[in-house]
Ligand binder design. Structure first.
Ligand SMILES: [Zn+2]
Length: 310
């Protein structure tokens, strides 16, 4: 068994990018690596996850953690089904432990981001946190009573897949639901609205850039997305009673200035006292690094558990 344990590799599998880093126990990032997420096959996705680890691995690394955009079956170490990535029923924990001969932790990507912000970001020292990551999809992570809240089999929480509009828009990817929060507030959803308004070449990045330049139509679209987001934020405030609501993810961070005025207005309309008045809303401090930093903390957790087994 390795006894060094100074560093862990955290890997965040996103809909378009794999973000990875070597992380200290205090959450500081030593090195990072980025590569594209394959869209074709499961084998290709797993090969690219391995390549991301290989690019960072050295003798100081004692454990590896993966965040995936999927419910995780923690008992079996299985990625159940990614909504926006071709990865289904994948026994990633055993596979990666065999491949790298190190303890491996698995976590839902948004839980990982929430853990990252809680341990090393804007949520340091806060025991009740709801985090929403707005990227290709919507992830949710909850810290409750100073612990990650994962539900009975480790698969919770899927805050992007709560219904905010009965019988509304079809959800994204492999989700068969309707009217879920996700198809209203993602970068993908913003891209669809951007193309309708500005033509086929527009996407979410362009939409935010236009808003930065003062374009009223772009700002109006983002404010509209913020209203849907606020419905979700108000409901989550009522359910979890958080001290802190953190908004992260690539789209959430980039579009923060334009989403938040309407999102907070609607959130305060829907949430009940006393939560309504006490919940703070903050932008993710670690930006898009929250996911891999949190995955590294999950790796340290796996390392510490494996040390107890020896
Ligand atoms: Zn859904």
């Amino acid at each position: 068994m390795r006894v060094d344990g100074t560093h862990a590799i955290g890997v965040d599998l996103g809909g378009t990018k794999i973000l990875a880093g070597v992380v200290n126990r205090d959450g500081s990032v030593v090195r990072r690596h980025e590569r594209a997420t394959p869209q074709d096959t499961q084998e290709h996705v797993i090969a690219e996850l391995e390549a991301a680890v290989d690019a960072l691995l050295d003798d100081t690394v004692a454990a590896i953690g993966f965040g995936a955009p999927s419910p995780i079956d923690q008992r079996r170490g299985v990625v159940v089904q990614c909504v926006n990535v071709p990865l289904v029923d994948a026994p990633l924990r055993d596979h990666m432990q065999d491949r790298f001969a190190l303890p491996v932790g698995l976590e839902n990507d948004a839980n990982a981001a929430a853990i990252g912000e809680w341990r090393a970001g804007v949520g340091r020292g806060v025991d009740y946190i709801v985090m929403l990551t707005l990227g290709t999809g919507v992830g949710g992570g909850v810290i409750s009573a100073g612990r990650p809240f994962r539900g009975a089999n480790g698969a919770g929480v899927e805050l992007g897949h709560v219904v905010i509009v009965h019988d509304g828009r079809p959800c994204q990817g492999s989700c068969t639901g309707r009217g879920h929060l996700e198809p209203y507030v993602t970068g993908l959803a913003a891209g669809i609205e951007a193309r309708e308004a500005f033509g086929p070449a527009a996407d979410a990045h362009r939409l935010v850039r236009l808003a930065d330049e003062g374009d009223p139509k772009a700002r109006e679209i983002l404010a509209g997305i913020g209203r849907y987001l606020g419905s979700g934020m108000g409901s989550f405030t009522n359910i979890f009673g958080p001290e802190l609501m953190v908004i992260g993810g690539g789209f959430g961070v980039a579009a923060w200035d334009y989403l938040m005025p309407t999102a907070i207005e609607i959130m305060r309309r829907e949430a009940l006292e006393p939560m309504r008045d006490t919940v703070r809303v903050e932008r993710a401090e670690l930006g898009t690094a929250a996911g891999f930093i949190g995955a590294a903390f999950v790796a340290f957790e796996a390392l510490d558990l494996s040390a107890l087994d020896v």
